[in-house]
Design a binder for this molecule. Structure first.
Ligand SMILES: *Cc1c(COP(=O)(O)O)cnc(C)c1O
Length: 370
């Protein structure tokens, strides 16, 4: 295990040995222990968002990666006569726009620059102008760049105009303290392999029950029908189709480890320390960041390629990989950059090791001369 690579990516992430060990036993889908784990996870996730069933919220688990969860919500909750406003400032916002197109939803896309946040003022101008809009979708932590959109302020505008607010909080939930009701979020989507530090296998949607109930009979896909998935889980505590049994067992362990760490607030602090060490170390090596600091989140950072012809990303990536560090290529439409995440089982000592390896590789490739 000690030579296992460390993943400085936005997911799948480095997981603990104990999370991996939770997958060593097989479970049938009707196994009592498994059904109990599903129930514990559904309740535990609501608690992380500071809501509960008593307060009118529900957790629906959807098999597949995070995108399956977003598509389940988008394709189920926007009715035939509804209209979705999609706020885009990166690849994940574009992905929702693509879903709206495929499912033939009435929708309108508002695009912002990749290095700028979605502003509540612009959202308000659209809601004021177009009374047909019923739903608004936004990304919280836009993993394309690493920026945080001001979801609470956007939620307040949605609340003011009585719109349903859908948030892809995939790469932030569990790593940022969030109160779903306080942020006026009606549907919040995340997945098993991001800040809760489980393994891939499923997404989950935290839903305001009164809005989820409206989705009955309007899903546009059998397997991604959010209401039917919820109804199935409610009726028997089981999934409609083969569940990701091992991923669920690993996730229950991951949730317990999140509590042991001190909850979301403690995890947020660890990620922020990782980020601070990374920022300082990369600046010392001469790297510049793509985003301005005021909109940069603490989940993942985009670094510009050094302005030096000796720098070759392929070599940089490969040599870091050989040393056991996996970083992430860029996804920007106009700029050459790479990304480094600080989420998962990554600690300050690991970030320092990564920085030392980066320095070594830069020297070897003669990007920096000592
Ligand atoms: C990871 C991520 C997703 C989901 O991606 P999958 O590859 O389907 O797991 C969606 N939105 C954001 C912002 C993400 O970071």
């Amino acid at each position: 295990m000690s030579n296992a690579p460390l993943l400085f990516t936005p997911g799948p992430l480095t997981t603990s040995v104990t999370v991996k060990q939770a997958m060593l036993q097989d479970y049938g889908s009707r196994d009592f222990a498994f059904v109990k784990a599903v129930k514990d996870i559904r309740d535990g996730l609501l608690e992380l968002a500071n809501v509960s069933r008593d307060k009118g919220y529900e957790c629906v688990i959807v098999q597949g990666s995070g995108t399956f969860g977003v598509e389940s919500v988008i394709s189920s909750v926007v009715g035939e006569r509804d209209k979705l406003l999609i706020l885009v400032n990166g690849a994940y916002g574009e992905r929702i726009a693509k879903m709206a197109k495929i499912h033939k939803l009435n929708h309108h896309i508002v695009r912002f620059e990749e290095d700028a946040i979605v502003t509540p003022e612009v959202v308000e101008s659209y809601l004021k102008e177009d009374a047909a809009i019923t739903h608004v979708a936004c990304i919280h932590s836009e993993t394309t760049t690493g920026l945080f959109n001001p979801v609470k302020d956007i939620g307040a505008v949605c609340k003011k105009y009585g719109k349903v607010f859908i948030v892809d909080a995939m790469s932030s939930f569990g790593g940022v303290v969030m109160d779903m009701a306080d942020m006026y979020i009606d549907f919040l989507v995340s997945s098993s392999n991001k800040c809760i530090e489980g393994v891939p296998g499923f997404a989950f949607a935290l839903c305001k029950r009164s809005e989820l109930e409206k989705a009955k009979g309007q899903g546009r896909s059998l397997s991604l029908d959010l209401y039917d998935q919820w109804a199935g889980l409610e009726a028997s505590g089981q999934f409609r189709f083969t569940p990701p049994t091992l991923s669920i067992m690993a996730f229950r362990q991951a949730l317990a480890e999140l509590q042991e760490e001190g909850g979301v607030a403690a995890r947020e602090r660890r990620y922020k320390s990782n980020k601070q060490i990374l920022d300082d170390g990369m600046a010392a090596l001469g790297f510049k960041q793509y985003l301005s600091a005021d909109i940069q989140g603490h989940i993942i950072t985009s670094f510009l390629y050094p302005d030096n012809p000796s720098f070759r990303f392929d070599s940089f990536y490969k040599k870091l990989n050989e040393r056991g560090f996996v970083i992430y290529p860029g996804k920007l439409s106009k700029t050459d950059a790479f990304r480094i995440g600080n989420i998962g089982q990554i600690f300050p000592v690991d970030v320092r090791s990564l920085l030392a390896a980066i320095k070594e590789v830069l020297l070897e490739d003669k990007v920096v001369i000592e």
